[in-house]
Design a protein. Sequence first.
Length: 366
Amino acid sequence: METKPLAILAAGGTGGHMFPAQALAEELLFRGWEVKLSTDLRGARFTQNFPREVKIEIIHSATFAKNGLISKIKVPFLILGGIFATLIAFWKKRPNIVIGFGGYPTIPALTSSIFMSLPRIIHEQNGVLGKVNQLFSKKVHLVACGTWPTIMPEQVISEHIGNPVRKEVISRSGSPYIPPGNHPMSILILGGSQGATILSNIVPEAICTLPNELLRHIRVFQQAREEDCQRVRSYYLAKGITCEVLPFFDNIASYLCEAQLIISRSGASSVADIGIIGRPSILIPLGSAIRDEQTLNADPLKKLRAATIIAEKNLTVKRLNKAILKILSSPENASMMAANAHKTAVLDATEKLADRVEEISGYSNR
């Protein structure tokens, strides 16, 4: 019996890293690969929808971004422990390739791949390299870019691939858009995989102060932090608004398809999903992002007038209310935004990344 090639996918921390890894895992399994995911406990929270054939390996890693002297002292030891455990695993079963998707949990797998001279790729979802991806960018065979152009150091081999999107979303690509009107309308609010307190504070009031003739048709589906869910839910219900407020939406493709409007952070995966389905959006880039990558992520939608961008520092109830009203009170404009959003979609990103995996590893099972 022929041994399947083994791909190690290293990702962690947030859904922004995990969702593209899931998309690639689905494609590589289809092509006959064995796939293992190397992540940490935070990343493991996003593995419930990974294919069952993917083996999940929890490793130790850490970041100096944590507060507290003791936490910072522990970091090098946790990272070294993770590298040592990963090296042992790689010696037991040598991977054909290692693919890193960003975040500090990728450090052990990528470091081990360098020690063992394994083929290796980085996928960067944003228009600016993350800290870990930047650290390894000159030591891999390819930096596959989800957003283009991506700011890149000199002498780095890079290529625009696009952001891989999960099968549940890609299967609904270009789903027909029902423009706003005198019928039930859905507003979907996404705060990134970790939620966003500022959206929980501002969005409910901005929606609930819409004109009554519009408000009576609106249903709200809002992602919020666990500690904010009850407060946000109670606010909508007190105003008579039908709502669903959860920390995480499992069947995200259905919510995206049903939405007349999406209000969201502009993480790379969220922007990719919006483009694949094709929906009008109001995007609020993460204000605390040091490299301002979320503003760059939103730029393709902005250029095509498919999204309204509001900087976090400028986000107010009044400004957001006005932006929502402008879109939902104009079916023609909303339809144009939906169509233009779909023009930004890179439908074959997952296949292109899988092709590069096979080319660089020198192994194709097809």
